[in-house]
Design a protein around this ligand. Structure first.
Ligand code: GUN
Length: 283
């Protein structure tokens, strides 16, 4: 069994982004700029945004965080997005999800200029992803693909079971794997017999948010197991969706939590922002 070390790999990618950022500054006078919109006081969202800010600082990006109270109205968020769409120093715009109940999230995401949509949540980019075209792919599934590539794990021809069908993880994950020529099975909360799907898979990718959802009896010997879940237990311990201790005894490769997919997500945000900035280079 080999651990897929997302922490080490993300550091390597971050270093590369830093070098390319320096080059972009020197050659073209462009400093990649990321605007983050954070609404309300969800502690997890605040933690994620702090991590994103600090990552931007590390690689020499310009970044701003628009913090707004949970009581803000739709129009005020939309006005901020319009401002960021028109700001030439901003190349990437990210709205931290979830937004408060009274906000229409779809309308907010659809307002982001697709060329600045570094989270890949705009339907235009999602559509391009489905078509297998160049696009901004959502950072978490993109991080999984980078990790597989770094360890020479080629999904081509593999039976892959994706557990979780969210718009930001499961669906784009399935699209990326399908584009990489895997045979993809997507399971979700209404799947009748989850084990019958996971058990026959060469690779299981799970992002649901339920500790111990995937147990050893649910995976095939030698399967690749990718755990996207992040759950905080009552004692404060962070765990994924996979029973790591027992599943790792059967898997050929497995991601730990923490230190697996999590750090890759932020590295991909940096990569996508750099990509958006590079698209501004005048021919
Ligand atoms: N909330 C949970 N994951 C994400 C993410 O990847 N991006 C944003 N913007 N919000 C999130």
């Amino acid at each position: 069994m080999q651990i897929l070390d997302g922490k080490a790999l993300s550091q390597k990618i971050t270093q590369k982004v830093k070098e390319e950022t320096q080059e972009l500054k020197e050659r073209h006078g462009i400093i990649p700029g990321l605007a983050v919109i954070l609404v309300g006081d969800d502690p997890a969202s605040h933690t994620y945004v702090k991590m994103k800010e600090s990552a931007c600082e590390k690689v020499g990006f310009y970044s701003i965080v628009h913090k707004m109270p949970a009581s803000i109205n739709q129009e005020e968020i939309e006005e901020t997005i319009r401002m960021m769409n028109n700001n030439p120093n901003i190349h990437g715009i990210l709205v931290q999800l979830p937004l408060p109940q009274h906000i229409d999230t779809t309308r907010i995401l659809e307002l982001i200029d697709p060329s600045k949509d570094v989270d890949g949540f705009h339907p235009y980019n999602f559509g391009r992803l489905m078509e297998g075209l160049d696009t901004f792919a959502p950072c978490t599934p993109l991080g999984v693909m980078e990790m597989l590539a770094a360890y020479d794990i080629d999904p081509k021809g593999m039976d892959v079971c994706v557990v979780g069908a969210s718009n930001i993880v499961g669906k784009p994950m399935a699209a990326l794997l399908l584009n990489a020529n895997a045979t993809v099975d997507i399971c979700h909360i209404y799947t009748k017999d989850l084990q019958s799907h996971t058990k026959k898979a060469d690779m299981v990718v799970v992002g649901v948010g339920k500790p111990n959802l995937i147990t050893a009896d649910m995976v095939k010997d030698g399967a690749v197991v990718v755990d996207i879940g992040i759950n905080k237990l009552p004692d404060g311990k962070l765990v994924g969706d996979v029973d790591f201790e027992n599943v790792s005894k059967k898997a050929s490769y497995i991601t730990p939590v923490p230190g697996g997919v999590g750090p890759m997500t932020i590295a991909m945000l940096l990569k996508n922002t750099l990509k958006a900035a590079k698209q501004r280079i005048k021919a």
